[in-house]
Write a protein that binds this ligand. Structure first.
Ligand code: GDP
Length: 174
């Protein structure tokens, strides 16, 4: 293994964090109800510029409801997906709070992808694509809309973050 990068997936409860992680790491959309509550992580190895990069991706697994997401969860994270649900405007309004917490606890240079999930539910859309784009530009974040259900942009969202971390890390070690 050439590199191991820690990433976190954050955002309000039920926006699809676990399904995004499951789609990326196992190419599955889970139909079961989550059995365990607690922080868990998945790993997936990807190839970037001929180097093996292992992503170790942490999921809050329901704990965000109890504000139990702590410093240990964020510590050492080099990248993050901050996820909202395009059908739930409140989940979009909370993005800046998640971003503040992330930058405070993981450090200001963490690579962040803003993710508008559930884009398969176009008919129920409550957050325009343009609003996501604008927020991302204002805060200096990458941005994509995804669907964990039909796999739209999921691989790409994780990959873009890992690539950006890789470019920084490999530049530093030259
Ligand atoms: P978490 O609490 O943020 O980890 O959210 P979950 O991954 O548990 O997903 C919450 C609910 O939204 C579940 O019923 C999922 O099946 C559903 N869900 C997650 N992602 C998508 C998606 O991309 N499209 C649709 N239609 N439903 C999704």
């Amino acid at each position: 293994m050439d590199y191991v990068f820690k990433m976190v997936v954050i955002g309000d409860s039920a926006v699809g964090k676990s399904q995004l992680l499951s789609r990326f790491s196992k190419n599955e959309f889970r139909s079961d109800i989550r059995a365990t509550v607690g922080v868990e992580f998945q790993t997936k190895t990807v190839l970037i510029e001929n180097k093996l990069v292992k992503a170790q991706i942490w999921d809050t697994a329901g704990q965000e409801r109890y504000r139990a997401v702590t410093g240990a969860y964020y510590r050492g994270a080099l990248g993050a997906l901050i996820v909202y649900d395009i059908t739930k405007h409140a989940s979009f309004e909370h993005i800046t709070r998640w971003l503040e917490e992330l930058r405070h606890l993981a450090g200001p240079s963490v690579v962040v992808m803003l993710v508008g999930n559930k884009c398969d539910l176009e008919g129920l859309r409550a957050v325009p694509t343009e609003a996501g784009k604008e927020l991302a530009e204002k805060e200096g974040l990458l941005f994509l809309e995804t669907s964990a259900l039909d796999a739209t942009n999921v691989e790409k969202a994780f990959h873009m973050v890992l690539e950006r971390i890789y470019r920084r890390t490999s530049r530093k070690s030259l």
